[in-house]
Ligand binder design. Structure first.
Ligand code: 5RP
Length: 227
């Protein structure tokens, strides 16, 4: 099976976590796009009805709206039953690295509103320890150099993510640093520590908002891992 087929498989599998007539949280990325397509298909066939979604990015909002799925602001809801999103890495405890699609801040906000985080990922994302994938960190641009020096002191190399030769600007108007060379042994302590640094908006370690369930796409079918 191709990686694309594995993503399709978990996108479909996530439908069973959607409570009918509820508002759900929706993440960002190519795997989530498969989920949105599966959701739209189920709604069109009359198999599922939802009230709408809270989205974690402009890109996901556009796709949801293209399929006629109502999108609510995060401030319009108090709780969400589920948040469904992908990951760049997920470990055996449900801790994740996210932000490869630059949507980490809104992803963390929507995830924090949800009772359950359903992570959908192909098997390449399952790791023993977090850190091989460059860690995304959303930063206030004027703090970039200072934060790069702080990561250097931890043995990391932080580079500004570029788009068309210029710093990528997130949906929140900020920049992303991608950090290589880190060993993230204690994800919760790491997340809490880096979050305290001046100018850090969001660090892409999801430990406080870790996955409740991972639907892992494998060539032998979807594996469900509960944390
Ligand atoms: C976006 C994310 C994505 O969930 C992550 O990058 C995985 O993306 P994909 O499903 O395309 O592999 O965190 O900010």
């Amino acid at each position: 099976m191709t990686q694309d087929e594995l993503k399709t498989q978990v996108g479909i599998a996530a439908l069973k976590y959607v409570t009918p007539d509820s508002v759900i949280g929706v993440g960002t990325g190519s795997t989530v796009n498969k989920f949105i397509e599966a959701l739209a298909g189920a709604i069109a066939r009359g198999e599922l009805k939802i009230t709408g979604a809270v989205s974690s990015s402009v890109a996901s909002t556009q796709l949801l709206e293209r399929y006629g799925i109502p999108v609510f602001e995060a401030n319009e809801v108090t709780r969400l039953g589920v948040y469904i999103d992908g990951a760049d890495e997920i470990d055996g405890e449900g801790y994740m690295i996210k932000g490869g699609g630059a949507a980490l801040t809104r992803e963390k906000i929507v995830a924090s509103l949800a009772d359950k985080f359903i992570c959908i990922a192909d098997e390449s994302k399952l790791v023993k320890a977090l850190g091989a994938f460059p860690l995304p960190v959303e930063v206030i641009p004027m703090a970039s150099s200072h934060i790069q020096r702080r990561f250097a002191a931890k043995g990391g190399v932080a580079t500004t993510r570029l788009k068309d030769g210029k710093p990528l600007v997130t949906d929140n108007g900020q920049h992303i640093l991608d950090v290589t060379g880190l060993k993230i042994k204690e994800p919760l302590a790491f997340e809490l520590g880096v979050n305290q640094w001046s100018g850090v908006l969001t660090v892409g370690v999801f430990a406080q908002q870790k996955a409740s369930v991972c639907l892992l796409g494998t060539s032998a079918g979807v594996k469900t891992i509960e944390y």
